[in-house]
Write a protein that binds this ligand. Structure first.
Ligand code: CS2
Ligand code: MG
Length: 402
């Protein structure tokens, strides 16, 4: 069996997605997500001009060797662009493997450890009241885990909160907008949001919060400590992902669980965090972290230290990634929680999916492989539109972390 062709499809039904479609000489094809928010074109270019020519003629069943070829052959390794491309190749090959063996992906990863995959959704509001209203609506829809992000008094616009009444999308059309940030206002406000949320929803709902890397280690330690009474399921990205050692300080001050790594792309980003037990959940998703082949190894390493998976799953990751993540999470023993931010309705015109949400869980049917298809004609109706994530400056104008 040989790979006969591979094509990169960029489309924008509501937002940009990059998909790799790998064809074989036996007529079976596989799909992989290659979407890297705001950097779609470099991944597509790397795939089309560098990876696809080498891929043609390879036997798609050799997922391990092909992964190692694209990881080890380039002298300049890793980085988010190359690893997203590699993730897409890997995902598409596992999709083919499942289709060839006529079995859903989860069966190739160990079978079922559970039927449904527990997910969390977002409740984003301009202030405490609106955030808690949104959370109440989510709980009403059946969600058992909710991430709370709120506008901060004194800060004009906070990342994660939609502008006006638009559905929330992390990227905005065109060049990056600038947002202004004030950590002390943020730190003074957030504990009261969670205090009110616990009063409103009781102890049985899982509550989460994302710091988006905006604290220094000592600030993150303060936040984690002050949130302790409200028993968060996790506090996400409390310090910059670059500063792994920063988590030592937080850990020595607080028992608030920590999730980190949606911007990571390799097991080597995690070695200190896992072996020193500085985190509780790994966020690196299949689409940016080297695909199924690599995440199986990261999850296995994490499991030795009783650390669980908690994959990133915002709307800028395509339905192909989400479906693959549901299979993965259904299979691995140390699954913890999956982020689920449903795509806009228009996305379903292009992608047909095999997962459904019920009572707080995502379920996936038994279609062979990943179970997602893409309608190329419909995709062509929605051409790429440049969109960017905002940049973040401190209130005095200093360029700052996200
Ligand atoms: C967020 C995302 O879902 C999350 O946890 O951090 O909104 C993230 O900022 C975007 O996916 C970036 O593209
Ligand atoms: Mg995040």
């Amino acid at each position: 069996m040989k790979i006969s062709d591979a094509k990169v499809i960029i489309c924008s039904p509501g937002r940009n997605f990059v998909t790799l479609k790998v064809h074989t000489d036996e007529g079976v094809y596989g799909l992989g997500d290659a979407t890297l928010n705001g950097m779609e074109k470099p991944v597509a270019e790397y795939l089309e001009n560098y990876c696809v020519p080498s891929l043609i003629g390879m036997d798609p069943r050799n997922t391990e060797d092909i992964w190692n070829f694209f990881y080890k052959a380039p002298y300049w390794k890793r980085g988010s662009v190359a690893m997203t491309a590699l993730s897409a190749i890997d995902m598409a090959l596992w999709d083919i493997k499942g289709k060839m063996l006529n079995t859903p992906l989860y069966n190739l990863l160990g079978g079922k450890s559970r039927e449904g995959v527990l997910v969390y959704c977002h409740a984003n509001g301009h202030d405490t009241e609106e955030t808690l209203d949104k959370a109440a609506q989510m709980i009403e829809q059946g969600f058992r885990a909710v991430r709370l992000q709120s506008g901060i008094p004194g800060i004009e616009h906070t990342y994660g909160v939609p502008r006006g009444n638009k559905p929330y999308e992390p990227a905005e059309p065109g060049l990056p907008l600038t947002e202004y940030w004030d950590t002390s206002k943020y730190l003074n406000f957030i504990p009261s949001l969670f205090e009110k949320a616990r009063e409103a929803f009781g102890d049985d709902i899982h509550l989460l919060h994302d710091v988006h890397h905006r604290c220094t280690p000592i600030e993150a330690a303060r936040l984690a400590k002050e949130l302790e009474p409200f028993h968060l399921f996790w506090l996400e990205d409390p310090v910059s992902g670059e500063l792994q050692e920063g988590l030592r300080l937080l850990r020595s001050h607080s028992t608030t669980p920590v999730a980190i790594g949606e911007v990571f792309n390799s097991i080597y980003d995690y070695t200190t965090l896992i072996t020193e037990q500085l985190i509780d959940y790994i966020r690196m998703p299949l689409v940016h972290g080297g695909g199924i082949t690599h995440l199986l190894k990261v999850a296995a390493m994490a499991s030795v230290y009783h650390i669980q998976t908690g994959f990133h799953g915002a709307t800028d990751l395509s339905p192909v990634n989400l479906a693959a993540a549901v299979h993965f999470n259904k299979a691995v023993n140390n699954f913890g929680l999956q982020e689920y931010m449903p795509h806009q309705e228009i996305v379903n015109e292009v992608f047909s999916t095999s997962y459904n949400f019920e009572n707080g869980f995502l379920f996936i049917d038994d279609k062979p492989g990943i179970g997602v298809d893409l309608d190329e004609k419909k995709a062509a109706k929605y051409p790429y539109r440049m969109a960017s994530l905002p940049v973040n400056r401190k209130s005095d104008g200093t360029m700052f972390y996200w």
